[in-house]
Design a binder for this molecule. Structure first.
Ligand code: FCB
Length: 416
């Protein structure tokens, strides 16, 4: 090591890896609300359809070989509810067996599986009942979770109930670029309540069933997308208020509800961090407050999201107050040419290491994503993968940044 460089070492047993979600990588998920949604022209920026995605449903062994080669020791992925329960109360055992094979494939390669139960997609039959608007979702979700936990729970230590509830709410009910794409005004508080209840009931169900697996530790959490909000005009009281309001509503409100539940319902938090936003409030146009105002065009990703590594430190410090472990469950960037990814990872890890030094209990880092994949309303143009995917040939190519990240995963340290 050069004299001017130093090594920042991560805690022993730190989890390193990447994350994916079923709809974005599996392919041929034709039984959920996202599939229905994208059938209408104009909803996906690049005019594409999810279709076969990365065909990961069939190529998972090969993809996990790559993750192993890259030194990963954890992999986060989601179960597709619409495959497991294609119709109300009807279980598709073949889908359950598929996920059992997926989980065992990870374990055979020395990777800890981390499972997300709801990552933005609802079975069509659930969305037809009103999805999270309908209180019944709480018991339906609990029943689905109970089924998969009974079947697969013996192999799983880390469960994420819901992925990014506030993003789901914002995209589906405010800017309406995701399903169900409707405005429901103040009713969204009801949806938040249902999401909190669904999470809480899933928490109880998983822990109850896991009593049958006494040799295993079980941790249940969710992922929280935390954004850093700053006033657009530093000197403006209105903009400061706007930033405070957004910070409270987007970052804190729902977490506070979970922590206020009468019993403990969360063991760890998954932090998803991408960027910061500048908030402003125009008295003549107050509705604009709710618009996403991403950046002042500093260093940005292919999607125009500002690259702001210090924000992950701020987010971690924010979550530290809850006093439970945190895993960075998503962090990454759209960077087709792979020009910025290696530095992006390093710069964020420096901040994560600092947060650990400052007392945050951080247990792992999962990059978004293992593979290029279907980025929701942005389609296939956004390339988030450590591994490039040629969607025609389904050929995988490991990006250089993935190799630099592999070195970090293997050595449990960064050199700066
Ligand atoms: C997060 C989502 C994930 C992916 C990344 C880029 O909000 O959880 O599915 O789309 O953004």
């Amino acid at each position: 090591m050069d004299k001017k460089t130093k090594a920042l070492i991560f805690p022993e047993g730190f989890f390193w890896g990447a994350a994916t979600s079923s709809y974005q990588v599996e392919g041929a998920n034709t039984n959920n609300d996202w599939w229905l949604w994208e059938q209408q022209d104009g909803r996906i920026a690049d005019g594409q359809r999810c279709a076969l995605a990365c065909n990961h449903y069939h190529l998972y062994n090969q993809d996990f070989d790559i993750a192993k080669e890259l030194g990963h020791n954890m992999h986060r992925f989601s179960l597709e509810w619409s495959r497991i329960e294609p119709k109300r109360g009807e279980w598709n055992q073949e889908a359950v067996e598929h996920y059992r094979r997926v989980i065992l494939a990870l374990k055979e390669r020395g990777m800890t599986p981390a499972v997300t139960l709801f990552h933005f997609c609802l079975p069509i039959w659930v969305s037809e009942m009103g999805g999270f608007e309908n209180r019944e979702i709480v018991s339906l979700f609990q029943r689905y979770v109970t089924k998969v936990c009974r079947e697969l729970g013996e192999h799983i230590n880390y469960w994420f109930t819901i992925n990014e509830p506030m993003v789901f709410l914002y995209k589906g009910y405010f800017d309406k670029t995701w399903p169900p794409g409707k405005n429901i005004g103040f009713q969204f508080f009801r949806i938040i309540r249902h999401m909190v209840q669904a999470h809480n009931q899933a928490y109880f169900a998983i822990h109850k069933i896991s009593e049958q697996f006494p040799d295993k530790n079980t941790y249940v959490g969710l992922t929280k997308n935390v954004r850093i909000f700053q006033p657009y005009r530093g000197g403006s009281i209105l903009d400061k208020l706007a930033a405070k309001f957004k910070d409270y509503f987007f970052n804190d409100y729902m977490m506070a509800k979970i922590f206020k539940s009468s019993a403990k319902t969360i063991d760890f938090i998954g932090l998803n961090y991408y960027t910061r936003e500048f908030a402003s409030l125009d008295i003549l146009n107050p509705k604009e407050l709710f618009r996403e105002s991403r950046s002042k065009r500093a260093d940005v990703t292919d999607l125009g999201w500002e690259i702001y590594p210090f924000g992950i430190y701020q987010a971690l410090v924010k979550l530290k107050k809850y006093g439970i472990p945190i895993v960075v469950a998503e962090n990454g960037l759209a960077d087709k040419e792979d020009k910025k990814r290696a530095k992006f990872i390093l710069d964020h890890l420096v901040q994560i290491h600092q947060a650990i030094e400052d007392g945050a209990d951080i247990i792992g880092y999962l990059h978004w994503s293992l593979l290029d994949n279907f980025e929701w309303a942005d389609g296939y143009r956004a390339r988030f993968g450590l591994v490039e995917v040629d969607y025609q040939s389904q050929q995988r190519t490991i990006r250089d940044s993935a190799r630099s990240y592999a070195e970090i995963c293997r050595t449990n340290q960064i050199i700066i």
